[in-house]
Ligand binder design. Sequence first.
Ligand code: NI
Length: 136
Amino acid sequence: MSKVKVSRKAHFNAAHRLFRKDWSDEKNTSIFGKCSNPNYHGHNYELIVSVSGKIDPETGFVMDMKILKDLIKIEVEETLDHKNLNIEVEEFKSLNPTAENIAVFIFNKLRPHIALDKELEITLYETPRNFVMYSG
Ligand code: NI
């Protein structure tokens, strides 16, 4: 049976600040650059959620894309879209909301809802040129 990867694109806007409380302003600026702005700033995040697995012989689907679309809406967009990640998302009150950490967060939100015989892969663009991938 053929193994196929299906993907759904999504989008959210969010504000963040990258910094460590235990570092000086100088060190935060030198490591995190503009992303350490104390007044926060936004990114237009582009998300690609991919699910790999065998094609169901009955439906011809790897996964029903309508179900995947709704899952992304409920688990990701409603949690992150138009939020200040550092302030409004519990996970990022104590964890830097880097693209890496956000990708892992999204994976962990979606993984319990995807069948165990399917592989899940998260691709997250923080800018059109910077993106990260996580698959567990
Ligand atoms: Ni940033």
